[in-house]
Design a protein around this ligand. Sequence first.
Ligand SMILES: Nc1nc2c(ncn2[C@@H]2O[C@H](COP(=O)(O)OP(=O)(O)OP(=O)(O)O)[C@@H](O)[C@H]2O)c(=O)[nH]1
Ligand SMILES: Nc1nc2c(ncn2[C@@H]2O[C@H](COP(=O)(O)OP(=O)(O)OP(=O)(O)O)[C@@H](O)[C@H]2O)c(=O)[nH]1
Ligand SMILES: [Mg+2]
Ligand SMILES: [Mg+2]
Ligand SMILES: [Zn+2]
Ligand SMILES: [Zn+2]
Lengths: 211, 211
Amino acid sequence: DILAQFAEQADDLHERVVHDHGIFVAEFLGATGSGKTRLIERLIERAPDDEEIGVIVGDVAGEDDATRFRELGVSVANVNTGKECHLDPGLVEDALAELDLDALDTLYIENVGNMVCPADFPLGAQARVLVVSATEGDDVVRKHPLLFQACDGAVINKVDIADAVNADLDLMESDVSEIAPEMPTFRTSAEHGDGLDDLAGYLEERGHVHA
Amino acid sequence: DILAQFAEQADDLHERVVHDHGIFVAEFLGATGSGKTRLIERLIERAPDDEEIGVIVGDVAGEDDATRFRELGVSVANVNTGKECHLDPGLVEDALAELDLDALDTLYIENVGNMVCPADFPLGAQARVLVVSATEGDDVVRKHPLLFQACDGAVINKVDIADAVNADLDLMESDVSEIAPEMPTFRTSAEHGDGLDDLAGYLEERGHVHA
Ligand SMILES: Nc1nc2c(ncn2[C@@H]2O[C@H](COP(=O)(O)OP(=O)(O)OP(=O)(O)O)[C@@H](O)[C@H]2O)c(=O)[nH]1
Ligand SMILES: Nc1nc2c(ncn2[C@@H]2O[C@H](COP(=O)(O)OP(=O)(O)OP(=O)(O)O)[C@@H](O)[C@H]2O)c(=O)[nH]1
Ligand SMILES: [Mg+2]
Ligand SMILES: [Mg+2]
Ligand SMILES: [Zn+2]
Ligand SMILES: [Zn+2]
C-alpha cells in the first residue's frame, strides 16, 4: 500500500526535521497561481534577521519560484515534479539533502499547484496551509472538500480583487467551516501584505502545539 | 499499458461521437477557476437556437457547474471524479450514456480544474482548449509545458483583470509560441464576452479539419 508507505515516510521526516532538528515546518499547497509563493515571500520578508529559513519548492518545470526565494537570501531546494502531480515524501527527502538542517530554524515547503492530488500525500509538516484565491470563484471550497479536510489552515488570498469576480468571501469562509469545522480561515492579500499577521500568528501557534 | 488503453478508448469515442454521429466535440481543460465554465456558458449563449448542445462536466465533487449549464437549457452529464484527478475516456463513455447522441450537434467536455494530470488523457475531442487566467500569474505557461504541448488551442482568460496581478499578456503569448509553436492563443474575458468571436471561429475551423 503505497499511501501507507508514504504516510510512514512522512512521519519519519517529521520526526527527523521537526523533533531531532527542532525546525518548524509548514507546507503550502493549493490552486495554480493562488499566491503560495507570494505568501511565503511575505513571511520570509517579515522574519527576524537571525531566523534561518529554508524552502523546498515543487513545480512541474523550471526554477521560477526557486529563483524568487533565492533572491530573498534563503536556502532553496527546487524539485521538478514533471508528470508527478504532487510532492511526495520521497522527493522531499531528496530535497532535504540539499539543505543544512543543523542551520535551519524554519522550513517552508511549497507544493505543486494542484487542488486534487496533494490531499493524500502529507509531507511531515506541522501545518498544511491550503491557499486558494478569491479570483478562482467562491465555489472553490465546496468543490474540493477532501483537500480542505486534509489540511490544517485555509487561506483565501487576493481579497483585494475579490470584487472583480464577485467572490463572496463570507460564503467561502462558511463553506470552510461547514466542510472542516475546526479549520481556521485567513483572508489575505499577499500583494498588499494584508492578513499576514494573523497567518504568521497561526503558524507560530502550530509550531508550539507539540514542542 | 493503461495510457495506451485509454488512448485507444479515446479514439473509439472520437470515431463514435464525431464520425458516426457527426457531433462536434471540444474539450476545455485548465487551472482551477480559470473560467472554463464561463467560457462554455458564453459559447452556449451565442449558439443558434437550433444547435443542440450537450455538456459533460467533471468536478471533484458537487453539481455546481452542471447546474449552471442546465440553467441554459442544454443537456448535461455530471461526473464526480473524487480522488481521480482528471477525466478519462471510461468516465466520458459512461457519461455519454446519459446523453441523446442522435439529437446532439455539439458536445462540450469540461475537465476537472488541474494543470498537470489531464495532459496524458485525451478524451476524443476535435479540439483540446487549455484555459488559464491572467490572474494565475504570467509564468503559468512556461511552468506547464507538457500540458500546453498536449492541447490544440490556448485561452488566456480574465484579461479584464490582468493588471491586478501585473500579468504581461504578450509574455504569456510568446511563451506559448515558444513551447508550442503551432498553438494559437486567444485572449478572452468570459465575464465581459470579449474574445469569444475568435475562439468560436477557431472551434468552427477545428470542426471542419476533418469532416
Ligand atoms: N492582486 C493580487 N495579486 C496577487 C496576490 N497574491 C499573489 N498575486 C499575484 O498572483 C500571481 C501568482 O502568485 P504566486 O505567488 O506566483 O502564486 P503561486 O500559488 O505560488 O503559483 P504556482 O506556484 O505557480 O502555483 C502573481 O502574479 C502574483 O503577483 C494578491 O493577494 N493580490
Ligand atoms: N473578471 C473576470 N472574472 C471571470 C472571468 N471568467 C470567469 N470569471 C470568474 O471567475 C470565477 C471562476 O469562473 P468559472 O467559469 O467557474 O471557472 P472554471 O474554470 O469553470 O472553474 P472550475 O470548474 O471550478 O475549475 C467565477 O467567479 C467567474 O465569474 C473573466 O474573464 N473576468
Ligand atoms: Mg509558486
Ligand atoms: Mg467549471
Ligand atoms: Zn494527479
Ligand atoms: Zn476524426
